[in-house]
Design a protein. Structure first.
Length: 238
């Protein structure tokens, strides 16, 4: 069965606090997104990789694809929110345009461009589980306890850490389920919704299977994460 991947890469990386969006920041002289693309390309059963980038960065992205000889990549315009970027990627896969080399997959993987250390085993696990349940996502044990503050900035309640998990990426979905969910969902969902899994559940009448992922699935967010990513890459090369 055909599997495709959609990579949202249209953010500006505000929390990183540098002018270059983090997906284009160099690690050992190579842009971060190039490592993520390489990790997905290594997986021969992923047929198409659709990357959502802003118009402003489209040319830079094309140069990266050429320079590092990335394969099976199609580019689409990012949206103003992550969900809108993902939706644009799904649209490109859904629409049977005569001039498009893309075809609708049975299962789609959604993965952030800024999580370069995704490996084949977790991709296979989420895809296999998505085929069975409709949706699946990688999770991790919580590092910090999650608390809910009240309006006046005091503690309202805390969640029991051992009973909760952090939702990470990759996630995978039956294509028709997630595409239908994105078509149904409100502007509010597209602006403020954080979780593709939650959207799929809300509109898709399916189950979302949770799959334990490795600690290296974390998302490059702050500047220090670039240093952490660099040391992981060095460790893997040596
Ligand atoms: N993303 C996207 N389109 C947007 C916003 C985010 O495709 N409009 C992508 C980012 O490029 C990233 C992924 O979604 O690959 C995860 O988002 P996040 O870590 O929040 O990245 P940024 O939004 O760029 O960072 P920040 O929130 O710090 O500004
Ligand atoms: Mg963001």
């Amino acid at each position: 069965p055909a599997v495709a991947a959609v990579l949202p890469a249209g953010g500006s990386g505000e929390r990183m606090g540098v002018p270059t969006p983090k997906q284009f920041c160099p690690i050992l002289e190579r842009p971060l997104i190039s490592y993520t693309l390489q990790a997905l390309e290594r997986v021969c059963w992923i047929k198409d990789i659709v990357v959502a980038v802003t118009g402003e960065n489209m040319e830079a992205m094309k140069r990266i694809i050429q320079k590092y000889q990335h394969q099976r990549i199609s580019l689409v315009e990012a949206g103003v929110t992550r969900h809108r970027s993902i939706f644009n990627g799904l649209k490109a896969l859904a629409e049977d345009q005569p001039d498009s080399k893309l075809s609708k997959p049975e299962v789609v993987i959604i993965h952030d461009a800024v999580r370069p250390f995704v490996e084949e085993d977790v991709l296979l696990k989420v895809v296999t589980a998505a085929k069975e349940h409709g949706a699946a996502g990688a999770i991790r044990p919580l590092v910090s306890t999650v608390i809910s503050p009240s309006a006046d900035g005091c503690l309202d309640h805390s969640l029991e850490r051992a009973r909760h998990r952090a939702s990470e990426m990759p996630q995978a979905f039956l294509f028709d389920v997630i595409y239908e969910a994105y078509q149904q969902c409100s502007d509010y969902d597209l602006e403020f919704g954080t979780e593709c899994l939650q959207l799929a559940l809300k509109y898709g009448h399916i189950n979302a299977k949770l799959v334990e992922g490795s600690p290296d699935l974390w998302k490059v967010t702050y500047k220090r994460d670039l240093y952490a990513a660099e040391s992981i890459i060095k460790e893997r090369i040596s």
